[in-house]
Design a protein around this ligand. Structure first.
Ligand code: HAM
Length: 421
């Protein structure tokens, strides 16, 4: 490798991260805009938390037996000797912020959304990145399963606006602190019987949290997990009623779903409802979004006993299957000829921009032909010509690049034409 090539490689974006360049970023902006609009229709407000937090927040929140915490966190010691972590997910940060600012005392609906980068050190592959982006929503203080159904419906509303079709909704209940220990004991017993068939990691999981065996991607472990008892047979009355209520609300909303009794999701905090919306178009990493209920996290953090429910959508994954029309954009190319006209061009460009017209000036000495060639290449909608004669007369020439129509007039007259077209 030449010195130049190796310097370039050293300076390249880190594996598992990506630049989002003009041409692609417009899709992100469309998604973000539609997400905002959708969530606000359901009474959500934005809550922005820091990118890094104390490591204990995720150990306690996301959970010490989850793969995210045991294997995937970007944790570092800062100059003050504190262990910090780039957030691998957003849910614990929202719960912390509520407790810290006592948002529960404000009396406003506790419905929050956020969009931004998350960080997980996992093996990069299609649909799995080390810096990825989530649209996250969380609701607090609503015990009724109706709200779980409402946020699933909201997810569908957003996916519909984004032109995502052919998705499937999976739902499950993972029980609560009353009934899950009994289920975990049954799982532990079942896992112990087939311990030798499990990978080393799952053998460890079998001891500490056998539910996590369901997360293992190794086919042999999945095969063993298929023989395990199902949570539905262990739910307490309250969890069973809650789940029935969820399904009844989804039916009332005409949302088609499949109950997947092995959908335990990879994070430790879930209680009762879990759900995912998956897309066959995605390949191995098929979840567009995932979420569920977490009724104990706030209390476990030392805050008030307020339940939570929510989901996070992977922006990269959703955009890879979204059908979005490219946003239409109209640009005025200002072609000035010679030095005097440049100064006038600066002022004219300011005039058009301040009146809402996108206007591009490139400060190169170009002749008329070169200007038109460049404007054509850039896909400009109009070209405004500013030369010596135009400066004297205060009348400028404007060419509509699509129709070839030429107009002439004062800047006010041309502005009116531009705003019409
Ligand atoms: P999660 O299932 O870990 O849940 O992530 C949610 C979504 O983020 C996934 O369905 C996927 O679309 C996307 N995602 C996750 N990891 C990656 C990655 N490495 N690369 C690309 N996309 C990824 C949570 O994060 C929970 N906080 C969701 C939640 C909110 N539960 C309750 N409230």
């Amino acid at each position: 490798m030449t010195e130049d090539a190796s310097a370039k490689k050293e300076l390249a974006a880190i594996k598992g991260t990506k630049d989002i360049l003009p041409g692609e970023v417009e899709k992100w902006q469309t998604l973000e805009g539609l997400a905002r609009k959708t969530f606000e229709l359901y009474g959500f407000r934005e809550l922005r938390a820091p990118v890094f937090e104390a490591t204990e927040l995720f150990e306690k929140g996301t959970g010490s037996t989850s793969d995210v915490v045991t294997k995937e966190m970007y944790t570092f010691i800062d100059k003050g000797g504190r262990s910090l972590t780039l957030r691998p997910e957003y849910t614990p940060s929202v719960v912390r912020a509520i407790i810290e600012h006592r948002l529960d005392l404000e009396g406003a609906p506790m419905r929050y959304y956020f969009m931004g980068p998350m960080f997980r050190y996992d093996k990069p592959q299609k649909g799995r990145y080390r810096q990825f982006h989530q649209v996250d929503i969380e609701v607090f203080g609503e015990r009724d399963a109706a709200v779980d159904a409402e946020i699933i419906e909201m997810a569908h509303a957003l996916l519909g606006r984004l032109g995502v079709s052919g998705s499937e909704t999976l739902v499950n209940s993972v029980g609560c602190r009353a009934c899950r220990p009994v289920y975990s004991a049954a799982l532990r017993e079942a896992a112990a019987k087939r311990k030798s068939e499990l990978c080393a990691d799952c053998q460890r999981k079998a001891e500490i949290n056998p539910l996590r065996i369901f997360d293992c991607k190794i086919e042999a472990c999945q095969e063993v997990a298929r023989s395990f008892p199902l949570i539905q047979d262990f739910l307490c009355d309250e969890c069973r009623d809650h789940f029935r209520n969820l399904l009844a609300c989804l039916d009332a909303l005409n949302i088609t779903y499949r109950v997947d009794p092995r959908l335990v999701r990879g994070l430790d905090y879930y209680t009762k409802t879990t759900f995912e919306i998956v897309s066959a178009g995605l390949g191995a990493q098929n979840a567009l979004l995932g979420g569920g209920r977490y009724d104990d996290m706030m209390k476990d953090f030392g805050g008030p006993d307020i339940c939570g429910t929510g989901f996070a959508m992977g922006i990269e994954r959703v955009l890879s299957v979204a059908e979005l029309a490219p946003p239409s954009r109209k640009m005025l190319y200002l072609a000035y000829l010679r030095e005097d006209a440049k100064k006038a061009g600066l002022e004219l460009a300011r005039y058009f921009r301040s009146n809402g017209v996108e206007c591009l000036v490139e400060y190169k000495d170009r002749g008329m032909k070169a200007h038109f060639g460049r404007a054509n290449k850039l896909g400009a909608s109009w070209v405004l010509i500013v030369g010596e004669n135009e400066l004297k007369s205060g009348r400028f020439g404007l060419k509509d690049m699509a129709t070839g129509r030429q107009s002439e007039g004062s800047r006010e007259y041309l502005l009116a034409l531009l705003l019409e077209g």
